[in-house]
Design a protein around this ligand. Structure first.
Ligand code: COA
Ligand code: ZN
Length: 312
């Protein structure tokens, strides 16, 4: 393995958990700084109810101000057909439709049981994308652990994935540790079974949080299972306001730093990524969680180079 894809989710997962409104200009500046660091795929926000997440109420303006992003795939999270219509209307064709594997979290997040969200997805496909123009990713929230129901049963999750995969071939499915409580053994087990069972109809990625401190271990467990695309949030910001107890995403800096030291290409420039992170962590109300950011920058690079030279 010589290459891993990192999908930046800071402008969505990172910002949605910040109570203070982040001005549109700052959101656009953060996204541009991430692109300057080499990010090629990114969740730029979500088209959700402004009552549910007031932070995302300016999405149409964010997209308009960004303009076209050559070589970059900007993705938006949606909870229903109305969100998908808004995203398409704004010019976004990479859509992430969120469905929780746990009924209790789906009720808290989008105010309906899981099966109703699967019906909404089916209706969205039929109603607004019969021509298959959207690039669709399904965010499988609470694939491992639910803040209300606890550890998720693997067979229940696989059964729910089966119903989603039956709707259309070619989905990307993000196995998501929404609460950041999953064990690496659990990530490896579920990801292996999902790839073995559905790997011909769909591709799988991993979206992790770092609440319990197992984030990077979970990424490595995902790699063992065959996953090659991972979500990260710059500065380690993030969290779902409807998942009590969850802290930030696995920091993008931590993954880039790890992969750099392991000699695996991500296409991302770490110094420029740290610069983008400076914008994120300075936001009022931001809670940061990156390990790499705690290391002084000169040591970060010196140590990495020296270590790589020693083990090469
Ligand atoms: N974008 C903007 N407004 C939306 C919307 C969307 N995607 N979906 C629904 N609405 C509006 C409706 O127009 C309606 O507005 P009105 O009161 O002015 O008539 C209102 O929201 C209620 O619509 P309803 O379909 O009854 O939604 P709800 O109140 O049951 O809420 C969701 C359901 C899914 C819209 C809401 O829970 C939500 O946006 N959740 C997202 C949560 C999230 O982002 N979590 C973090 C990411 S995983
Ligand atoms: Zn998340």
């Amino acid at each position: 393995m010589d290459r891993i894809e990192i999908v930046e989710v800071g402008p969505r997962d990172g910002l949605q958990n910040i109570p203070q409104f982040v001005p549109t200009d700052t959101k656009v500046a953060l996204i541009r700084a991430l692109i300057a660091a080499g990010i090629k795929r990114m969740e730029i926000g979500s088209f959700v109810s402004p009552k549910a997440i007031p932070q995302m109420r300016d999405m149409e303006d964010v997209v308009a101000r960004l303009g076209s992003l050559p070589g970059v795939r900007g993705m938006a999270l949606v909870p229903n057909a109305q969100g998908a219509k808004r995203a398409l209307g704004a010019g976004v064709t990479d859509i992430e439709f969120v469905i929780s594997m746990s009924d209790a979290h789906n009720m808290s997040n989008v105010r309906r049981p899981t099966r109703a969200s699967i019906d909404d997805l089916a209706a969205t496909l039929a109603e607004i994308d019969p021509g298959r123009h959207m690039k669709l990713r399904i965010g499988l929230a609470t694939s491992f652990h639910c803040p209300f129901a606890g550890t998720m049963d693997e067979n229940h999750v696989l059964g729910t994935i089966e119903r989603i995969v039956a709707l259309r071939e070619g989905f990307e499915l993000a196995l998501s540790d929404t609460t950041g409580m999953a064990l690496p053994t659990h990530v490896k087990s579920l990801a292996s079974k999902a790839i073995k069972t559905f790997g011909r109809q769909a591709t799988f990625t991993f979206h992790g949080h770092d609440t319990a401190g197992f984030g990077i271990a979970n990424v490595l467990a995902g790699i063992d299972a065959g996953i090659r695309s991972f979500d990260g949030s710059v500065g380690g910001l993030g969290g779902c306001p409807f998942a009590p107890g969850a802290t930030g995403n696995i920091a993008t800096e931590d993954m880039v730093y790890l992969f750099q030291r392991m000699g695996i290409d991500t296409g991302i420039d770490l110094p420029k990524l740290l610069d983008a992170g400076d914008i994120a962590v300075a936001l009022p109300g931001a809670v940061t969680g990156s390990h790499a950011r705690r290391i002084p920058r000169d040591r970060l690079f010196d140590h990495g180079a020296a270590y790589t030279a020693r083990v090469a």
